[in-house]
Design a protein around this ligand. Structure first.
Ligand code: NAD
Ligand code: ZN
Length: 341
């Protein structure tokens, strides 16, 4: 089969031929239809410090996918050949304290497809049946291929009650933008999204009914008074990984405000913790998606009026994968989807 592989420890990815994976008794084989390119794939392409210490080579990359089941292992029930699906790319262990408590997303032995295990940028993917998420008609394959990052957005946005709340999202990357759409969908009052990249803020307004603020030029306090917010935002969703953004969030939150942190900072944080103490701010770290509560809620919302399709800005056939990665690296793209059929 065709597979997009990190074949050697150097910059780039290479289209290779790999054997179709063999399916174990508890696995299914998925014929891949569409895949999404993630920031993680860019780290792997670039072969930065994180990738070099994390990813063994050779490795088929990719973890955002939708496709169709073409084979089921002998122990698998409830799934059938021909079923359209996406799936959770975090493969969990079943032994840890949290896993045994049913909090699968908190298992410390989690391994990622396309990072630690052979991934989805291929014509076929083997996946444990446990990880499969069937897709209803309302979720087509290109949306199916971005459920992983939409799930990050949903997990973060649903961390706190947003009904009637004023929400600040820092970082208008694909996940921040989709989180804005989710916040609106569940009934937030004002949703303000910040970035320093105007193209991404423009994209945000094409996906969701949000107020964009370019914090490289404009003052957040000015927008707050324009929106009639006297004491600051109730909830912050940090989706940039940028420390100046987190600082600005703390500054602009109400007393007792809540922050969900998805963005991954580059190193130790220089944030002033005394302000967090004196403002009595609650901070929650968010990793991945709740397995499978996030998937359940995400698909239900997509069936009930949540629309995120405009976040997809580029579509390529997989033979043009280099164009897709170039679009991602430009920093101007939303989601980039590759078609395998
Ligand atoms: P992205 O890099 O595409 O988007 C981040 C955005 O933040 C960019 O548009 C950038 O211009 C913007 N930004 C930079 N400085 C800013 C500032 N001072 N104020 C406001 N915005 C600023 O990332 P993404 O793919 O949308 O992912 C969002 C974040 O979530 C990333 O940090 C990513 O590493 C992280 N992530 C975490 C998890 C997890 O499980 N915790 C999963 C996926 C992604
Ligand atoms: Zn991803």
């Amino acid at each position: 089969m065709k597979a997009l592989e990190k074949s050697r420890p150097a910059e780039g990815l290479w289209m290779t031929r790999a054997p179709v994976p063999e399916v174990g008794p508890d696995d299914v084989l998925i014929k891949i239809n569409k895949t999404g390119i993630c920031g993680t794939d860019i780290h792997i392409w670039n072969w930065d410090e994180w990738a070099a210490k994390t990813v063994p080579v050779p490795m088929i990359t990719g973890h955002e996918f939708a496709g169709e089941i073409v084979e089921v292992g002998k122990n698998v029930t409830g799934l059938h050949v021909g079923q359209r699906c996406s799936g959770e790319g975090h493969l969990i262990g079943k032994h840890s304290r949290q896993s045994r408590a049913g909090k699968f997303h908190l298992d410390p032995e989690t391994r990622g497809i396309g990072v630690n295990e052979q991934g989805a940028f291929a014509q076929y993917l083997r996946l444990p049946a446990f990880n499969v998420v069937p897709l209803p008609d309302a979720v087509d394959n290109e949306i199916g291929a971005i459920l992983d990052p939409l799930g990050n957005a949903v997990h973060t946005a649903l961390s706190f009650d947003l009904i009637g709340e004023d929400v600040l999202i820092t970082g208008a990357g694909p996940i921040g933008i989709m989180a804005a759409a989710v916040a609106r969908h569940v009934g937030a009052r004002n949703v303000v999204i910040t970035d320093v990249n105007q193209a991404r803020l423009d994209l945000a307004t094409k996906v969701a009914d949000v107020v964009p603020v370019n914090v490289a030029k404009d003052d957040l306090k000015g927008i707050e008074s324009k929106l009639g917010m006297r004491e600051g935002f109730d909830v912050g969703l940090e989706m940039s990984g940028n420390q100046a953004a987190l600082d600005q969030m703390v500054e602009n939150l109400v007393m007792g405000g809540r922050i969900a942190l998805l963005g991954i900072p580059p190193g130790k944080s220089p944030v002033d913790w005394s302000r967090i103490v004196f403002k009595a701010i609650t901070i929650k770290g968010v990793y991945g998606r709740e397995i499978f509560e996030t998937w359940y809620k995400m698909i239900a919302m997509l069936q009930n009026g949540l629309v995120v399709r405009n976040v997809i800005t580029h579509r390529f056939g997989v033979d043009d994968f280099e164009k897709g990665f170039a679009a991602m690296k430009s920093g101007e793209a939303g989601k980039v989807v590759l078609s395998w059929t």
